[in-house]
Write a protein that binds this ligand. Sequence first.
Ligand code: MG
Length: 301
Amino acid sequence: MSDYEIIDPRFRTMVLPNASLEKLADGFRWLEGPVWFADLQCLLFSDIPGDRILRWTATGGVSVFRQPSQFANGHTRDREGRLIGCLHGGRSIVRTELDGTFTTLVDHYRGKRLNSPNDVVVKSDGTIWFSDPPYGIQTDYEGGRRESELPANLYRLDPLDGSLDVVAGDIVGPNGLCFSPDEKRLYVVDTGLQFDPESKRCIRVFDVADDGKTLRNAREFHTVTPGNADGVRCDEDGNVWSSAGDGVHCIAPDGTLLGKIKLPCTVSNLTFGDRHYSRLFLCASQALYAIWVNRRGAARP
Ligand code: MG
């Protein structure tokens, strides 16, 4: 049996007593950006300091998908199944077309360069929402030191007309994000200032306005401890599964911590995949782990 911590009785129905934590691969530098391709039965994920995107399959293990990757970080797919990625090196959001060619969707806002896009989701209307903290341009390890030209914003990009709007400009370090299953809420992780341990880190939640384009009613949702949240994903019931310093934490829509899946290292990001999107893939520091749970992912990119 895996190392679960049941904090709220509701969590008992969400995990599987006979499912164990599986280490799928090890020996990377820092993993991030997992996305499941159901049609190809594979997981893509980033090794940011390794400057590569890797692919895992159940039959073939891990292979290199793209190297160099321009220090790719977060990933998702759009409504046509195309890979959408955040590049620290390119300071851009890019799309890999179905024929394998590469399209830069955006790298500037009002004439200034983006910082280092970190994580990305696609809404059901096809718009691309992404965070742009400066973490990838503050060290040579995750991309390369460069001057920041813009504040750390959360953006909404409409790929049809190219319009780019700031949807939240008051998050210190916008990072992972996910919509609730009904897309009436957007969860955004604030990881604060990179080199300031006192900087506040928490998951924030916004209501999506009726126009579907703007956010309102910003509030604090939950503070993960130990460590902090980075990547987050909602399940089909709207529970938020968050990365944490000791594994994965599951948080109810009202902000109550339901339980934990304990790992021996920090988890940076996670995604649902495999059969019925009921297996969690965990980018956990230098290793890739997975565990089957009894909930299905809400977003099935
Ligand atoms: Mg992140």
